[in-house]
Structures are given as C-alpha cells and as structure tokens.
Design a protein around this ligand. Structure first.
Ligand SMILES: NC(=O)c1ccc[n+]([C@@H]2O[C@H](COP(=O)([O-])OP(=O)(O)OC[C@H]3O[C@@H](n4cnc5c(N)ncnc54)[C@H](O)[C@@H]3O)[C@@H](O)[C@H]2O)c1
Length: 340
C-alpha cells in the first residue's frame, strides 16, 4: 500500500508541536509532502525543521500535491479551507473547534458528504486512554443510565498570552472555544450525543479586563482581549440527564482542575484519573485502573486514526457530524449569555 501524501496548512504551534511530529512517527503509512502557511517564512521554517520537501506558495498548490490535509489555522478559516480541500477530493483533519458558527459546520459536513472524503475534527481528548476506558465502561451498561454529568475545565489565571487565542475575529471566542470545547465534546461523545432539550449559559470577561494583570501564562493587553475568560452552562437532555459545565482560563480558584464525572443509575465514573464508583455487596466501592491499554500520546493516536481512516483501514473516531453537535451547544451557550 502506498503512503498517504499529507499536507499541513498553518504551520504554527499545534502543527509543529503535535501534528507534524505525530506524522513523522508513522513513516510507513504517511509521507509529509507539502506545507502552506500565509506566512511563507513560518512554512519554510517548519519544512526545514521536519525535512518536508515542498513549501507551497498557495493552498491550491498544496491541494494538488496531497491526498489529505491537516488544517492548523485559526478557527475562523477552518470551514473555507476544509470545504476547498474536500471539493478537491482531499481528506481533512481539521483542528478543533470545528468552526466558529453552526452554519460553517453545516457547510463542512455537506462538503464531506458530497465528496465522500473523510472529515475528522481534532478533539484529541477522545484519544486519551482514560477516555477509551470510560467509553468502554459506559457502553457495557455497568453504571446504568447517565443522570448527572459534571465537566470542569478550569485554569487559575492562565490566559494564553501568545498566539491568536484572545482574538475574537480569528478564534470566534475564548476559553470555551479553546479549552472547554475539548471536555464538552468528550462528555457528549461518552454519553452518545443525547438529544438536547435546553441550554442555559453565561460567559464572563471581567477578570481579563483588569489593567493590573496577574497572569501565569504570559502577557496580554487587557484593552485588546475581546473574548470570554470563564463560561458556565446548564445543559438539559431530552432524557432528563443534565450536564453541569464550567470552563475558565482565569478563574480565581485554588488550583487548576480537569474534571469529567458521570453519575449514573448504577454507578459513576471519574475520567481523569480513571475510577469507577459503585455499590456492591452492601458496600460502596471505588476501583481505580492500575494500567490502561492504548497509546499514551493522544496526539499520536489521533494521527494514526486519521491516517488509517484515509487508507480505508478503520473508521474516524471524531466525525464531523458529532463535532457539529458540540458546536451547536457552544453556540447555544454564547446565545443564551448576557454581557458580563
Ligand atoms: N487540539 C488542541 O489542543 C489545540 C491546541 C492549540 C491550538 N489548537 C487549534 O489549532 C489551530 C491553530 O492554533 P495554533 O496555536 O497552532 O495557532 P498559531 O497562531 O500558532 O498558528 C497558526 C498558523 O496559521 C497561519 N495562518 C493563519 N491564517 C491562515 C490561512 N488563512 N491560511 C494559511 N495559514 C494561515 C499563521 O500564519 C500561523 O503560522 C486553532 O484552530 C486552535 O484552536 C488546538
């Protein structure tokens, strides 16, 4: 079987830190053929660093040279770049969040359907070994029906002081688009994307506007940041289950927290670290995994799944249809929020 020819569009932090190194580790199945960045110097630097032969002068030029592309640009460009690639018959792995609006997600889903090519979204949290174990356990029915899902993706005063993260015109939002979306997507995937009844959300941005910044992750201009730094939501599913959601880059809390817990009718799961809470033989028991199977590097596992899906060897774990449902909830959180 010949290797999949892979292109990269946007050669910034995530391309160089996660995607390109993951493809480099799969040389038997994927060949990094070409890179394109609107900043040609950035593209050339990535090509030099990873020995990629071709630096494209345009996206169209890149698309002619590849079977698949990984989109690593700011969020606002995801939809158009994905559509163009799919229309050119090229498979797509697009970084998360899928896009900045539900309409853009629909455009992407339609383009994928019409082309018959793979469109996968980079929600790499689904590839953590803990996530795999949780999915297996939930599918077994051992904890019964999910009742209450708690998601906390919280950082104490760590607004990213670099890159495009705090720029609404490029990213479409702040901590919800950047960080919270991962755990929200994971919770929805674990519980099989139940039909949503209601979403009530609230975003906050006052801490980041404080001119006296105390921020662990670099410096940003409090006059220029125009995205939320904290968001909460109450999501009610038609089944009656609820999801209590909170994400922040800048919370005034004791310490960072990454929580995904599912309390079901027969038992519960904490995903990070992985444990199962049940009541058996008249006792309350908690079992913790001593060892979890699978690839430790979730970025590598994601790249393997994408490459193997393009080669027809397996199915994508993160489908565009599912990622669009995550984006629908993100949009509903923004829509129901009032200025704060
Ligand atoms: N999965 C994760 O955990 C994770 C982490 C960080 C970033 N991301 C996502 O990755 C994407 C990129 O983030 P980043 O941190 O690498 O950003 P970055 O700013 O470091 O890099 C983006 C690159 O894209 C280039 N670019 C911008 N617009 C372009 C266009 N229209 N065509 C071609 N190139 C263009 C820029 O010149 C830059 O080199 C975003 O969607 C972000 O949400 C995901």
């Amino acid at each position: 079987m010949s290797a999949l020819k892979m292109g990269i569009v946007g050669t910034g932090g995530i391309a160089r830190g996660r995607h390109i190194p993951a493809y480099v580790q799969q040389k038997d199945q994927v060949e990094l053929t070409s890179v394109f960045d609107q900043n040609q110097e950035a593209a050339k630097a990535a090509a030099d660093e990873f020995n990629i032969a071709h630096v494209a002068k345009s996206y169209e030029e890149l698309l002619k040279k590849v079977d698949a592309v990984t989109i690593c640009t700011p969020n606002i460009f995801h939809a158009e770049l994905a559509k163009q690639a799919l229309e050119a018959g090229v498979h797509v792995l697009c970084e998360k969040p899928m896009a900045t609006s539900v309409e853009d997600c629909e455009t992407m889903v339609n383009a994928a359907r019409e082309s018959g090519k793979i469109l996968m979204i980079g929600y790499h949290y689904r590839f953590y070994r803990e996530s795999q174990a949780a999915k297996k356990l939930l599918s077994s029915g051992e904890i019964g029906d999910p009742l209450v899902i708690r998601v906390q993706a919280l950082r104490r005063r760590k607004v990213p002081g670099w890159g495009v993260f705090t720029n609404r015109s490029l990213q479409g939002g702040g901590c919800l688009m950047d960080y919270g979306c991962h755990l929200l997507d994971l919770a929805l995937w674990l519980t099989d994307f139940e039909d949503v009844d209601q979403v009530l959300g609230q975003t906050y941005e006052r801490i980041s506007r404080d001119p006296e910044q105390v921020n662990e992750w670099g410096v940003f201009d409090p006059d220029k940041i125009d995205v939320e730094d904290h968001a909460t939501a109450y999501i009610k599913f038609k089944s009656g289950a609820t999801l209590l959601f909170e994400t922040s880059w800048a919370a005034n809390i004791l310490e960072d927290k990454e929580v995904l817990s599912i309390s079901g009718t027969q038992g519960g799961i904490e995903v990070f670290p992985f444990s199962v809470n049940t009541s058996k033989h008249g006792m309350l028991t908690t079992s913790q995994a001593q060892w979890l199977p699978g690839e430790k590097d979730a970025g590598l596992a994601q790249a393997q799944n994408f490459v193997r899906s393009c080669l027809g060897l397996e199915q994508p774990r993160t489908t565009a249809e599912q990622a669009m449902k995550t984006s629908e909830i993100i949009s509903a959180i923004y829509d129901s929020s009032s200025p704060n």
